[in-house]
Write a protein that binds this ligand. Sequence first.
Ligand SMILES: Nc1ncnc2c1ncn2[C@@H]1O[C@H](COP(=O)(O)OP(=O)(O)O)[C@@H](O)[C@H]1O
Ligand SMILES: [Mg+2]
Length: 326
Amino acid sequence: MTSAAIRLEQVTKTFDGRVVAVDAVTLDIAAGEFFSLLGPSGCGKTTSLRMIAGFEHPDSGRVHVGGRDITDLPVHRRDMGMVFQSYALFPHRTVAENVAFGLRMREVPKPEIGRRVQAALAQVALTGLEDRKPSQLSGGQQQRVALARALVVEPPVLLCDEPLGALDRKLRQQMQFELKELQKRLGVTLVFVTHDQEEALAMSDRIAVMNKGRVEQVGSPTEIYERPRTRFVADFIGEINILEEAGVSRALRPEKIRLMSVDGARLVGKVETANYLGGSTLLRIRAGDGRSLLVRETHAGERASRAPGDPVGLGWNDQDTVLLEG
Ligand SMILES: Nc1ncnc2c1ncn2[C@@H]1O[C@H](COP(=O)(O)OP(=O)(O)O)[C@@H](O)[C@H]1O
Ligand SMILES: [Mg+2]
């Protein structure tokens, strides 16, 4: 399979003349990359994806795929697969007919359709279910049919809008692994929309964090997590402490803080709450000066070393704090 690079150049989209859904977004997505658009509901993820697909035309700015300006190209002439949260399968058609759809539209000869449908179903581990209707499948299986239907035409670009959003947690994690593995095996460029930061961290080569139609930061999962540039990114991705001193804000992750005895501690306080999370416990500490801090204690044993009401000292290294803009 081939893959293609995608470039959004100063792309803007306004609805009803007032809602700026996407605001001068510039993004470079490499061929074969697993790239996520991450942000809260309404930040412009779907609109960005729909402009890549051609369902929306930008008010200004250009969209390039494979080095070619496709801004004015209609949807059906763009070579892209799409998968949605709702699956959007044809309910009265069988699995095989659903998957064959794109090939029939392209007037691929019948025997070849049969071969390629089989191959696509094998890729998503659905061999043997060709004759079922969507209603006779589980949610995870329906999602795999939607994936096979998108991939069967071997598009260089696959666009996924919250594709795992309707699945329960366990199945969702399994599908995350499968989708990531499939994407790497096929080498397809995948643009993945999600509001779930854990999902984006687990799956992506790179992530664009969006806020109010703008891109706040682009980076690898570790860059986004370890080196957030803005307060918004720091806040949106995982738990965070914001330390304000002399007019500057610094972010400090809960796992970077050490619990210690009160003597010689950088900050002294009391445990307010202790949330047991399995392998770790998230402690909320009320410091003597009134500040509230989150501390993650990883434990190999059964429980955290401190309980609510316990006095505690906190320590951390300056190099583990991250200076935030604005
Ligand atoms: N067809 C539309 N008409 C009017 N407003 C829209 C339309 N589509 C999206 N919007 C608005 O644009 C903003 C971004 O929406 P969207 O791209 O769907 O965000 P996300 O996918 O991140 O939740 C929201 O304020 C949304 O209400
Ligand atoms: Mg959306």
